[in-house]
Design a protein around this ligand. Structure first.
Ligand SMILES: [Zn+2]
Length: 501
């Protein structure tokens, strides 16, 4: 059954391995070997290097695997509170038991570490104060402890970070902004003090603000045993911003963000300004208010700050408030990127609206389009079916960014007098999960002949069509000859499955 047989794993895995190994191999060779790597259950010993390994660049890991990928796996398991034994890069019985226990918390069985488990190892939150977390998290740190910090920065400071367990530049920037707002040392290092503020959601400065980040020590001053900067009382205006909205980063074109946030102060607030500024400095949207009160609810600004109208680019969202008799203070400065994922549906296709798609395990919102010229029998195209995508009405469904190529290709085949019909096209995540449940082999152990792990099928990304045709049929021959022109290729082990490159 074409709808039950699904897809290779992401090619990115193979390419990532090649990058780590530092070997130049042709892309074709890599694609062909991806499944072997996934089934072998052994990470290449070449990966056993001191440099940090990202699990995304590792094959599916199973008992018996060895190397740097396993070291990273063991490190992450410890962070999640599981005991894989010695961190030795050996996927032995203890690591096997630890993986099984971790997967159980996700409602999964087995001990195979595929895309879904890998993603969870990075993003599954643990508390930042947990004894399993490093005492200081900073740029380059990874794992659930970082995910927790990111999530707290979003909740407490409205940082709008992607909770991906990777402490990158955006997290560093948000951590510094948070430290500044809480009068902590601004160094981007999330240590005990910063964690305490993040966890407790303090809203005021409880420790003195440092005058300058790195003052030159005076030779005459004896070095104090503990840092003791001159105490300075917190701002008497007590200006704070709470319950602020988080801005998804990236934000996709056309996505609305509701402006939220409560500004409070111990004195009257004379002015509030919120704005969205482009990287060029151009103010895209600005809202101002004169509350003349000690509290201000920012939702009144929602209609003026049109996040949904921003085009592709980099922006910063600012909230600035002025307490009576004081200087204006920046309460929020969140940078975010707007990405053009929700392109319009190509000419000739029909807009079905925005849906969730999965790309290499990551969930994102994207526009889906129906191909009016291609009848499809996939469940998503059948009105009334539980997976039905409203409006598709027995027609093929693809993501907007691929709609032009799929439409032009199928149209050209039809213009050449060939009948074009499809089985499965776009597939919902729930559908993929259900397929996986029905399939005993869907555990990441093998890459072929099994249903792809949920989140990894290209059907879930609206990037694949299973054509209803025979091997060597007229359509098959035509596709083999012409699909490349449209950046679409055949999956070597499933002649019916064609996906966008
Ligand atoms: Zn397929």
């Amino acid at each position: 059954m074409a709808t039950k047989r699904t897809d290779s794993y992401s090619r990115v895995v193979a390419i990532g391995i090649a990058a780590v190994m530092g070997i130049l191999v042709s892309a074709t060779t890599l694609t062909a070997s991806a499944s072997e790597l996934a089934t072998s259950g052994r990470a290449s010993p070449v990966l056993a290097v001191a440099t940090a390994v990202d699990l995304d660049n590792c094959p599916t890991l199973n008992k018996g695997a060895q190397g740097g990928c396993v070291v990273e796996l063991q490190r992450l398991l410890i962070q999640q509170g599981h005991d894989p034994g010695t961190v030795d890069g050996d996927f032995g019985p203890k690591t096997d038991a630890a993986v099984t226990a971790f997967k159980k918390t996700l409602g999964m069985t087995g001990s195979s570490v595929g895309p879904q488990t890998k993603a969870a190892l990075y993003t599954q939150k643990v508390t930042a104060t947990s004894s399993n977390c490093p005492s200081v998290l900073s740029s380059g740190s990874r794992g659930g402890c970082v995910a927790y910090v990111q999530s707290r920065l979003n909740t407490v400071a409205g940082a709008g970070l992607a909770v991906d367990g990777r402490f990158g530049p955006a997290t560093d920037k948000a951590a510094r902004a948070f430290q500044k707002a809480r009068c902590l040392s601004v160094d981007g290092k999330v240590g005990p003090d910063t964690k305490k503020h993040l966890v407790a959601n303090t809203t005021t400065c409880s420790t003195p603000r440092e005058a300058t980040p790195a003052p030159t020590p005076k030779p005459t001053t004896p070095k104090p045993t503990t840092p003791a900067p001159t105490p300075k009382p917190p701002s008497s205006s007590g200006l704070t911003l709470t319950k602020a909205m988080s801005i998804p980063n990236p934000l996709f074109v056309g996505t609305s963000v509701s402006v939220k946030g409560i500004i409070t102060s111990s004195v009257q607030i004379t002015r509030v300004e919120a704005k969205i500024v482009a990287a060029s400095g151009k103010v895209m949207y600005r809202a101002t208010a004169s509350p003349k009160a000690k509290t201000y609810d920012m939702k009144a600004m929602d209609k003026t700050l049109a996040f949904s109208k921003l085009s592709k680019g980099d922006y910063t969202f600012w909230v600035i408030a002025t307490p009576s008799g004081k200087a204006a203070e920046t309460l929020r400065q969140a940078s975010f990127k707007v990405e053009d994922e929700m392109l319009a549906c190509a000419k000739g296709t029909e807009d079905l609206n925005l849906f969730y798609v999965y790309v290499s395990g990551a969930k994102k919102k994207a526009r889906l389009c129906a191909l009016p010229n291609v009848r499809a029998s996939g469940d998503e195209s059948i009105p009334g079916h539980k997976y039905y995508v409203a409006g598709s009405n027995k027609r093929a469904i693809v993501r907007a960014r691929y709609s032009k190529d799929f439409y032009n290709m199928t149209k050209a085949a039809q213009d050449a007098g060939i009948t074009v019909k499809a089985n499965s096209t776009y597939r919902t995540h729930q559908h993929q999960k259900d397929l996986c449940k029905e399939d005993a082999g869907c555990d990441g152990r093998t890459s072929y002949d099994d249903v792809a792990e949920p989140g990894t099928s290209r059907h879930e990304g609206g990037a694949a069509i299973d054509f209803n045709m025979g091997n060597g049929s007229k359509l098959h021959k035509w596709l083999k000859k012409n699909a490349g022109t449209y950046h679409i290729k055949e999956y070597s082990r499933e002649y019916w499955h064609w996906e966008h490159k």
